[in-house]
Design a protein around this ligand. Structure first.
Ligand code: NAD
Length: 437
């Protein structure tokens, strides 16, 4: 098949490349000329394990192309919308980019084809996409048939290729057999994984899934704060809960808050859809609020631990900027909240991340370091904000040598409590009170 993907960000680039690898001819379109020029020179704009090799392979096979020209839509059987849907002021999804693509589709098509939304969009968006295209066709005085399909994306940054190649499920919302047959051809290799639903249900499934995962995280985070107070250990609690097959072990890790481009915005957008329909999704209000507080939890622990010190005299290190490991994405990351506070309250902050090399927040007293130990030079406290593998087995003797103090505040519980305490660190983590208390 010939497929156009409009929007070559995390979702568009991974989807386009993987569909090319399935044997389709794929045109990845983006409005950002610099991005397309770079892609054509082999410079990949995002960090995603395995993506560079797969892009190179499929360019070599003449299966994958990058362009800023929308006219490739005219020869495509399916056009995917993979542009951003950032939150508007009230938290609802801003659909301007999605509808701009619908307009381009209306301008370009010359034969019956399918437009499929991969971006995360609220229930009812497919109707807006359809109406936008109909209006353009009316202006063109053309009566070309087209179908609208919803195919929400579930990939996880950091394991996106693997997620595409081994999907749990592929949700496709469509309302006729023509679109069903076309989408079966698109996902020919994975037809056993397809769940066909109505368009509205498909749009809802994406928000429901992300909101459920965010709720589990927020619940465990709040429990961990209680564990800290009452002396229980959140890891033991999670293990005891997760072995109940009705609950399951996944997404029970407490931490210093979820971030990224999806959970925070999708929870807010679903709350807004509820409001527009007079349904109060009160659980999600609290999930959103709880996560906002949790992003401050390491700072609260820091203030509590150093309560007898002048914070302005302290120097700290932050390990991890990205919102999770194996990605360079810092959107809504806990590190942003922390740096914002630290820059106004401590003397200096050294930051190290294995992949993110540009500071998301600039200030004279924040330095980015090239080495994780170098970042510890003379610091009183180390914060661990992202659980990169590189942080999991460090040389603790070197940590002690470089640091001025011996306090590690770990937002991801990556070390053994017992081991760190026995090594003489003041080790403060999430929901795991000291073994010596
Ligand atoms: P992104 O910001 O990384 O990429 C969007 C791209 O679209 C950018 O390159 C931008 O230049 C381009 N663009 C914007 N308007 C355009 C237009 N009119 N024509 C052509 N290109 C245009 O976004 P993303 O993270 O890939 O997310 C895209 C959508 O997928 C969002 O709705 C998001 O919620 C959803 N999603 C994201 C993830 C994720 O992990 N990132 C996972 C599942 C779903």
């Amino acid at each position: 098949m010939i497929i156009s993907i409009v929007g070559s960000g995390y979702v568009g680039l991974v989807t386009g490349t993987c569909l090319a690898d399935c044997g389709h001819t794929v045109y990845c379109i983006d409005i950002n000329k610099q991005k397309i020029d770079n892609l054509n020179k082999g410079i990949i704009p995002i960090y995603e394990p395995g993506l560079d090799t797969l892009i190179e392979k499929n360019i070599g096979l003449n299966k994958l192309y990058f362009t800023t020209d929308y006219d490739v839509i005219s020869k495509s059987d399916v056009t995917f919308i993979a542009v951003g849907t950032p939150p508007g002021e009230d938290g609802s999804a801003d659909l301007q980019y999605v509808l701009a693509v619908a307009e381009q589709f209306g301008k370009q098509i010359v034969k019956k084809s399918v437009i499929c939304t991969k971006s995360t969009v609220p229930v009812g968006t497919a109707d807006k996409v359809r109406n936008t295209i109909l209006n353009v066709l009316k202006e063109r005085n053309e009566n070309i048939e087209f179908e609208v399909v919803s195919n929400p994306e579930f990939l996880k940054e950091g394991t996106a290729i693997e997620d595409f190649m081994n999907p749990d499920r592929i949700v496709i919302g469509c309302d006729n057999s023509y679109s069903q047959d076309i989408m079966k051809l698109v996902y020919e290799k994975y037809t056993d994984k397809i769940i066909f639903t109505s368009i509205k249900s498909a749009e809802m499934i994406k928000y429901a899934s992300n909101s459920m995962l965010a709720t589990r995280i927020a619940f465990m985070n709040e429990l961990s704060n209680l564990c800290d107070k009452v002396g229980a250990n959140i890891e033991d609690v999670a293990k005891g809960m997760g072995t109940d097959t009705r609950i399951g072990p996944k997404f029970l890790n407490a931490g210093c808050g979820y971030g990224g481009s999806c959970f925070p915005k999708d929870v807010k957008a679903l709350i807004q859809t509820g409001k527009e329909n007079n349904v109060d999704l009160s659980i999600l209000h609290h999930v959103d609020m709880s996560n906002t507080w949790q992003k401050h939890i390491l700072l609260d622990k820091f203030q509590d631990h150093f309560k007898l010190y002048y914070k302005e005299d302290l120097k700290v290190a932050v390990w991890g900027l990205s919102f999770k490991p194996n990605t360079d994405d810092t959107r809504e990351a806990t590190s942003l909240v922390m740096l914002q506070w630290l820059k106004d309250n401590v003397s200096h902050i050294n930051v190290y991340d294995p992949i993110v090399k540009e500071l998301p927040i600039k200030s004279d007293n924040i330095s980015i370091c090239n080495d994780k130990y170098e970042a510890l030079d003379g610091v009183d406290c180390l914060f661990i904000v992202t659980e990169w593998d590189e942080f999991k087995n460090p040389n603790f003797n070197m940590i002690k040598e470089y640091m001025n103090g011996d306090t590690i505040i770990d937002g991801r519980n990556i070390y053994s409590l017992k081991e760190l305490e026995n090594k003489g660190f003041n080790y403060i983590s999430i929901g795991r009170p000291s073994i010596y208390k």
